[in-house]
Design a protein around this ligand. Structure first.
Ligand code: HEM
Length: 326
């Protein structure tokens, strides 16, 4: 062995030197001219784009795909049709709610507040409501920021603040998903029975829920048909949004790359559907109706409100609490 070969071997073993031939082939190094000629060949890249080879070293096959051409169609759908339709629907529903307020005004208690109250929701019912509602507000705001923030918020607050807010929002989004799922389980257990179809629902539908005419209050038990629709929407759509969300939170555990792209589109589209429903719900629970909001704050509502909107429920409650005649 010549002394130069011996020295080079020592340096290689010590990790201090990489011969030029090895350097060109190791990851991250600049390829030689001969190598870049080879990798820039169109046939090679075409094959990689068609999924025939081109994997990232050290990654399991499904994670290490170098180029996934379908990703381009997914990105176009997410930033194109999905964002546009979602944006139009959100603006449309907000305008419709505003128009409804101008046309119908606030829905009032018929004879004014009576001053007497009745327990509408127990503490555990209110906890269930606010677990679902509070987490959904965080999920909705951070999710809409992920979908629209780059176009609507970033130009107003700048890239640095926007990226911090979006990063924090993404963490909150990931964590509050679990609170939302737990909240859904609580309200499902407590309220599913009261949200089954009953004999008052057909009348409620026939009267358009009494929403169109002043003084029209079709009788209802604990929940009317409108509330039942909203409840099952939260449970069914909420379950779909949650399951697709979980599959995105644990990448490759439930779906491959193409599957996760479908999950993302389904997750975002259904989440927007939920936001549209919830906009109406928040409106009717606050500015749209006199006397409703205390049901989920103190738990009590005015007896007049309860008689106006849930006459059958009040009658049932009064029968339960009535003392038997002496
Ligand atoms: C600021 C936000 C919210 C307010 C002010 C609010 C208000 C209310 C009120 C007043 C009720 C009781 C209605 C009654 O006594 O008949 C209620 C019930 C309910 N809320 Fe909310 N809520 C909000 C957000 C949410 C969210 C985000 C969800 C779900 C994602 C939700 C799901 C429900 C469900 C399932 C019910 C029972 C059925 C119904 O009354 O529609 N709420 N809410």
């Amino acid at each position: 062995m010549r002394w130069t070969t011996f020295l080079a071997s020592l340096l290689i073993i010590a990790g201090c030197w990489v011969p030029p031939a090895m350097a060109a082939s190791s990851d991250g190094d600049i390829p030689t001219a001969a190598q870049s000629d080879r990798i820039s060949q169109p046939d090679t890249w075409r094959a990689i784009r068609q999924g025939e080879g081109g994997f990232i070293a050290g990654q399991p096959a499904q994670r290490g795909v170098l180029i996934q051409s379908e990703g381009e169609s997914w990105r176009a759908a997410r930033n194109g049709k999905l964002a546009w339709y979602a944006g139009l629907a959100l603006v449309g529903v907000s305008l419709a709610i505003g128009a409804f307020y101008l046309f119908r005004g606030k829905i009032m208690m018929e004879g004014g507040p009576s001053g007497k109250t009745i327990l509408r929701f127990t503490r555990i019912e209110r906890i269930g409501h606010w677990m679902t509602a509070g987490s959904f507000l965080v999920l909705g705001i951070s999710g809409l920021n992920m979908l629209f923030g780059r176009w609507l918020l970033e130009p107003l607050i700048g890239k640095t603040l926007f990226s911090w807010l979006t990063w924090a929002g993404k963490w909150l989004h990931n964590l509050s998903g679990f609170v939302f799922i737990a909240g859904m389980v609580v309200i499902f257990v407590l309220w599913a029975r009261d949200n089954l179809w009953d004999r008052y629902d057909a009348g409620w539908i026939a009267h358009g829920g009494g929403l169109l005419k002043k003084g029209d209050h079709p009788p209802a038990a604990k929940f009317n048909f409108g509330q039942k629709t909203q409840f099952w929407m939260v449970i069914v759509v909420g379950a779909l949004v949650s399951s697709t969300g979980i599959s995105l939170l644990f990448p490759f555990s439930f779906a491959d790359l193409a599957g996760m792209q479908v999950m993302q589109l389904v997750h975002a589209a259904l989440a927007v559907v939920m936001v549209l429903f919830i906009l109406g719900h928040i409106y009717i629970g606050t500015v749209g109706m006199e006397g409703a909001s205390t049901a989920v704050t103190t738990g009590y509502v005015d007896l007049e409100w309860a008689r106006t909107h849930h006459a059958v429920w009040v009658a049932e409650e009064e029968t339960k609490t009535a003392k038997p005649a002496e």
